[in-house]
Design a protein around this ligand. Structure first.
Ligand code: NAD
Length: 358
């Protein structure tokens, strides 16, 4: 595969690779778009089997960040960094500091943050070499854990979908939650408070026990969560939960949850629509976390303190956008993920036009 042939390339502005011999750092930083503002997206450390696979992942994730940031209407473009390596055995302070030099070399076109395999502790080393890092504690602009804002957005998104598809409130609605980590557990608590009845699953038995005790949820095994009689299925674990096999088993009318990349393929989104299921596009409903991060970048750039009111206003706006996606899907008889993709592309194109005109 060459870079420009990759199916995920789709108009990337720039793709940078950096190698640091001393620390062994091998990183790819993909900048999909800076039309709406500096590209922002986390840094993932993963033992990719080849540089091609790392590149493919960086491109796919970076484009997804452009779409997510555009739908959240925050002044950020989309980018992503991947570090090739095993996060359990190959992390060193020197490696993350070298990564900071790589980020800094882009002069603010890319802001980094945590993602899979990378912790705030790692990014503290990155911060020594660049200021373009979000997600660190200990300063007035710090935004803290984004999960509560993500969970609030997902909760309100579920409520919106239930109102649209079932014409009722959450009281008595049955929700199946796959994964009760940071986002899933908070979502479960909010739903239980609103009177929903819950089925929950996780591979972590301790987390399950704790959430069942708090919410009265019925615990099922990870393999069985697709078969429970639920109105809403809320994927809050890993990507790809909705595929040909699981879709056969799902009885839910609504799919709305916090996980990224819920659909195993775009075709599955079309199948969901044809079968009359309502799917809340993942990168729209789970945009609360990136809004929180954007609040931190905004404060760092302005030299001010983090402003939770700005985040709250943006989250309200995000929920209106989700409503718009659902409305257009009904009006145009098109799957929600296609409608959202088109809206995101149009927002990015409009910002790019503005940049050219300025
Ligand atoms: P987390 O790691 O805290 O929680 C994920 C949970 O899923 C864990 O408890 C894990 O044990 C469980 N899990 C893993 N595999 C499973 C399986 N096969 N069946 C059932 N449970 C399984 O992560 P999180 O921060 O809660 O994020 C959850 C999802 O939401 C991820 O896809 C993440 O990318 C996405 N997301 C999170 C945020 C955020 O603010 N944290 C923002 C946007 C998107």
């Amino acid at each position: 595969m060459t870079l420009f042939d990759s199916s995920a390339f789709e108009g990337h502005e720039a793709v940078h690779s950096f190698f640091d011999e001393k620390s062994g750092l091998k990183t790819i930083i993909a900048v999909h778009s800076t039309a709406r503002g500096p590209a922002a997206g986390g840094c993932r450390m993963w033992p990719y089997a080849s540089a091609d696979l790392a590149l493919e992942d960086a491109l796919r994730l970076s484009r997804a960040m452009s779409y997510k940031n555009a739908m959240a209407d925050i002044p950020l473009g989309g980018g992503k960094a991947v570090i090739i390596g095993d996060s359990r055995t190959q992390k060193t302070p020197a490696l993350f500091e070298a990564f900071g030099r790589a980020v800094d070399a882009l002069g603010g076109r890319y802001w980094t943050a945590e993602d899979v395999g990378v912790s705030p502790g790692d990014l503290a080393h990155t911060r020594r070499a660049t200021r373009f890092v979000a997600g660190l504690d200990g300063h007035p602009a710090a935004s803290g854990d984004p999960s509560p804002v993500t969970a609030e957005g997902v909760f309100r998104g579920v409520q919106l979908c239930v109102r649209r598809a079932m014409r009722r409130e959450l009281d008595g609605v049955v929700v199946a939650i796959q994964g009760v980590g940071h986002v899933g557990a908070l979502l479960a608590e909010k739903l239980a408070k609103a009177g929903a009845r819950l089925y929950v699953t996780d591979v972590n038995a301790e987390a399950l026990k704790a959430i069942a005790a708090k919410t009265g949820a019925t615990v099922v095994s990870p393999a069985d969560i697709f078969d429970v009689p639920a109105d809403v299925f809320a994927p809050c674990a890993l990507g790809g939960a909705i595929n040909g096999e699981t879709l056969q088993r799902l009885g839910a009318r609504i799919i709305a949850g916090g996980a990224n990349n819920q659909l195993a393929s775009p075709e599955i989104g079309r199948t969901l629509f044809d079968r009359g299921l309502l799917y809340a596009p993942d990168y729209v409903i789970n945009g609360g976390g990136i809004i929180n991060v954007a609040g931190e970048i905004r404060a760092l750039e302005a030299g001010t303190a983090f402003d939770p009111a700005w985040v709250a206003t943006k989250l309200d706006r995000l929920m209106e956008t989700l409503g718009e996606v659902l409305d257009r899907s009904i009006a145009d008889r098109r799957p929600t993920h296609e409608v959202a993709g088109e809206m995101a592309k149009a927002r990015i194109a409009k910002a790019a036009e503005g940049q050219l005109a300025a």
